[in-house]
Design a binder for this molecule. Structure first.
Ligand code: ZN
Length: 418
């Protein structure tokens, strides 16, 4: 095919998300059961939605056909923990404090495009100042700027002086946290992020210290669930994690001090874990270069061994895991989810569970399972194509050839047949 023709069709796919197109000659990892089919399968995309899935020989005739070249067609990836308004600066808090709202919005838009090009079609944004990322999600949905589906918490809810207070609503006591949750829902938050412990990136608090109390967390959960929204808690220390699970939160972020008793509790309650291995790993790796404030590096080093040993134990215990990187924190890029998935496999998660944690289970954790996370007729055409079979070699995920979100093609290195 002549380049100009190729360009024209690619352009047409990008501008006409309602077009019918077919991807053929692929293996399919549909995200339902952790298996990949043999090659020779097709998926029809019709008006942004998956219209048909089946063998190539039975595919309906359409004008635009993409050849998957026996690669694997799989759901678009889901990063369950990002900060789109931050780009990996050495000191996240300093960046948040010095950015104007407009600058933070430009950063968020730029990071949204990096995210999408990396095959990530949905993100859960776990906190930003002002309404920057809530607004970005709306701008993406209305086609103003390209980006992934954004499920945004808005500002985090934290105790006075607590973790990330510089991008949060500070609230103390059950009445104040109730008002804070209602305020965030009014602003358009898709879920609530609350701080159950201190953290690494706030100089005034220790990661393991208990922050919002169990009764405060219970009110946060009550208000969010009344509105049909889920609750994620930043939780590193054991007491804070226990408070959060017993309060009924849906997701523990980080969770480094989870132990056997808390795994049982999480399994009993169906609580998800987003382990964010990259959040600690990237700070420790970059720490020797002297660019990150030493108080951040020291706190990350203190949690590194636990973050890995806890994750290995969580895998053995069978805890629900959703893949998330904490992208936007120091030296933690928005295209790093594949590295997180590979790291999880190296520590002990099977490739099938690792892929599910970044597709189906990420969608459940984001409250979007009816829309995305698996390849099924009627769901949004959020799909990527990678070379080879990631179940046999997880590093196949590094070779992403094609990215579509809701039927709109954002990236294509594959041959088109018109
Ligand atoms: Zn975070």
């Amino acid at each position: 095919m002549h380049y100009s023709e190729y360009f024209m069709i690619t352009h047409q796919l990008q501008r006409q998300p309602s077009a019918r197109w077919l991807v053929r000659n692929g293996r399919i990892f549909d995200g339902n059961d952790g298996r990949t089919t043999d090659a020779g399968r097709s998926i029809l995309v019709d008006h942004g939605v998956i219209g048909w899935i089946g063998p190539d020989a039975e595919a309906p005739p359409v004008d635009i056909v993409i050849d998957a070249a026996a690669g694997t067609i799989m759901p678009g990836l889901i990063n369950s923990h990002v900060h789109l308004a931050n780009d990996g600066a050495a000191d996240l808090g300093a960046q948040v404090r010095s950015d104007s709202t407009a600058t933070a919005a430009y950063r968020a838009a730029a990071n949204a495009l990096i995210t999408l090009n990396a095959g990530i079609t949905t993100v859960k944004d776990c906190g930003a100042a002002d309404n920057v990322v809530i607004d970005l999600g709306r701008a993406i949905d209305t086609g103003i700027v390209p980006g992934p589906r954004v499920v945004a918490a808005g500002r985090v809810i934290t105790m006075t002086g607590g973790h990330c207070y510089f991008m949060g609503v500070e609230a103390d006591g059950v009445d104040a946290v109730r008002t804070a949750v209602r305020g965030q829902l009014k602003e358009g938050a898709s879920f609530i992020k609350a701080m159950a412990t201190g953290g690494v990136l706030t100089s005034e608090v220790k990661p393991t210290q208990t922050a919002l109390l169990r009764e405060e967390l219970a009110v946060i959960v009550q208000e969010a669930h009344n509105a049909g929204r889920r609750v994620s808690t930043h939780a590193i220390g054991r007491e804070g994690i226990e408070n959060a699970i017993l309060a009924g939160v849906d997701t523990i972020e980080h969770g480094f001090h989870l132990d056997a008793a808390l795994f049982d509790l999480a399994l009993d309650r169906g609580t998800y874990l987003v382990p964010t291995l990259a959040a600690i790993g990237n700070i420790v790796a970059e720490g020797a270069n002297g660019t990150i404030p030493s108080w951040i590096v020291d706190k990350a080093r203190a949690e590194e061994d636990r973050s890995i040993s806890m994750f290995r134990a969580a895998v053995e215990a069978g805890v629900n895991i959703a893949a998330g990187t904490d992208a936007g924190t120091p030296f933690n890029p928005h295209d790093g989810l594949v590295d997180e998935i590979i790291a999880m496999v190296r520590i002990g998660l099977t490739p099938a569970r690792a892929l599910l944690s970044a597709t189906r289970d990420g969608a459940v954790n984001a409250g979007l399972h009816a829309t995305t996370g698996t390849l099924e007729v009627g769901k949004a055409a959020d799909l990527i194509i990678v070379d080879g079979d990631p179940l046999e070699d997880i590093t196949a995920l590094r070779a992403i050839r094609f990215v579509a979100k809701a039927g709109t093609v954002y990236r294509n290195d594959l041959a088109l047949q018109a």
